[in-house]
Design a protein around this ligand. Structure first.
Ligand code: GLC
Length: 429
């Protein structure tokens, strides 16, 4: 039976975009908290913010060419700055020299490229006067004595937060995803009035997918991993900076939908000094690893203060796109194979099609582990569609039931990143 999550598990690969005022200090999106920057000192970035090069159509093309099927942009991050024209605050992009509703332009551009588009919304808000300051675990003023004893009307903050989420749900057309971030300590679940919030969201956006962070952070799965998920458990689990060793299942063993969110370097928001980018071949292998374990990969880019995705990120996306252009059939709509992970790589599966991802050069023939010859209808090199004949002869005689194939005389893989063998089964084993 069709489900509203079908497009998500079919897509497997998305773009996360962390962008905002913090691109100016260029030390990551937590810079206010880490450096305990006052709201007054941070204001200089608000008064300066004018990303002249911002062209989300370029971002959308880069995502599409990389083989990504959806994207999520930070509409508001922890610093409270809104990239959209909210009627509930003056702390928004339309009031900066930029003067633009950045969210609206992003949604239009990504939809125009045929991608699904969603928004990240921070539950934390370090700008709002009614969000806890002194003694909070994360607030930039958490240990500033001048805020000790200051009262905050948290209920008023929740009205603001719910009101902004309703603005996003009613003023920007169909949203495909809403990605909340994050619950911590006592601020989880009903502390956010999560049931009321989710009911409002689902009233306006019945098809939107919601993450699980109204209950947890990147740590913890939340009640979605139990047999009694709450009304605000969300639709998928969001492991962060990790690929779950064995995928993610409910307590009764049933697999659940999950999406690993991962940075390209070590920061979500733009960080000038962080040049520790993951190479493209690694990204391909990690995407395949996620899919082989039944999950999605949400890969992050952090545009700079001008509105440009860093060149390093663009180069990686372009290389990943080259591989995806010939091998996406082993990613889209694929998932757990039910076969043991082979020595030489990984296996993904889509019904009667099984994809062996060979990422190591191999001595002689490659064993199609887990299958017997009589189960196989055809074997093809996915990139070219060419037949890979099942080997026979003295070298494989010791393994009469196992099918072996060869890529030819070279000891090197046809595609050094990941050479994919597509096996079509005679039946759906
Ligand atoms: C963490 C960070 C936040 C980032 C998020 C992405 O929650 O606090 O900065 O947006 O991870 O998953």
């Amino acid at each position: 039976m069709a489900s509203k999550t079908d497009w998500f598990t079919e897509s497997r690969f998305g773009m996360f975009i962390h962008w905002g005022l913090y691109a100016i200090p260029a030390r990551g999106e937590w810079v206010r908290s880490v450096e305990r920057i006052s709201v007054e000192r941070y204001r200089q970035f608000f008064e300066e913010f004018n990303p002249e090069s911002y062209d989300p159509r370029k971002w959308a093309k880069a995502a599409k060419n990389a083989g990504m099927k959806y994207a999520i942009l930070t509409a508001k991050h922890h610093d409270g700055f809104c990239l959209f024209d909210s009627a509930l605050t003056s702390y928004k992009s339309t009031n900066t020299p930029c003067g633009r509703d950045l969210v609206r332009e992003y949604l239009e551009a990504f939809r125009a490229e045929g991608l699904k588009a969603g928004l990240y919304y921070s539950l934390l808000d370090w700008h709002h006067e009614d969000y806890p300051h002194y003694g909070d675990a994360n607030h930039p003023m958490r240990d500033n004595e001048s805020f000790k004893g200051v009262s905050h009307n948290f209920s008023r903050y929740l009205d603001y937060m719910h009101g902004q989420v309703e603005e996003l749900c009613t003023n920007y057309g169909r949203l495909d995803l809403l990605w909340f971030d994050f619950s911590y300590g006592s601020l989880c679940g009903e502390a956010w009035k999560a049931t009321e919030l989710v009911r409002m969201i689902r009233r306006h956006q019945p098809n939107v997918l919601i993450d699980n962070r109204l209950e947890v952070s990147g740590s913890g799965f939340g009640s979605l991993a139990t047999k009694k998920p709450s009304e605000y458990s969300g639709d998928f689990v969001s492991p962060e900076q990790i690929i779950p060793p064995k995928g993610i299942c409910r307590e009764d063993g049933e697999p659940i939908i999950w999406e690993a969110c991962v940075t390209m370097n070590n920061h979500w928001g733009y960080c000038q000094m962080d040049k520790h980018f993951k190479p493209a071949d690694m990204i391909v292998k990690k995407l395949v690893e996620c899919v082989s374990k039944g999950g999605n990969l949400l890969l992050n880019v952090g545009p700079d203060a001008k509105g440009n995705i860093p060149d390093e990120s663009l180069a990686i996306l372009d290389s990943v796109g080259c591989w995806m252009s010939k091998n996406s059939g082993s990613v889209y709509g694929c998932g757990v194979s039910g076969l043991a992970k082979p020595e030489f790589g990984r296996i993904t599966r889509n019904g009667a099609k099984i994809y062996y991802h060979v990422t190591e050069n191999h001595i002689g023939f490659i064993p199609l582990e887990g299958l017997s010859k009589d189960q196989i209808k055809s074997v093809r090199l996915l990139e070219t569609g060419s037949e890979l004949q099942i080997a026979s002869g003295w070298i494989t005689d010791n393994y009469p039931d196992m099918a072996f194939v060869s890529f030819g005389d070279s000891p090197l893989l046809p595609n050094p990143i990941d050479t994919v063998i597509e096996v079509e089964l005679k039946g759906n084993i």
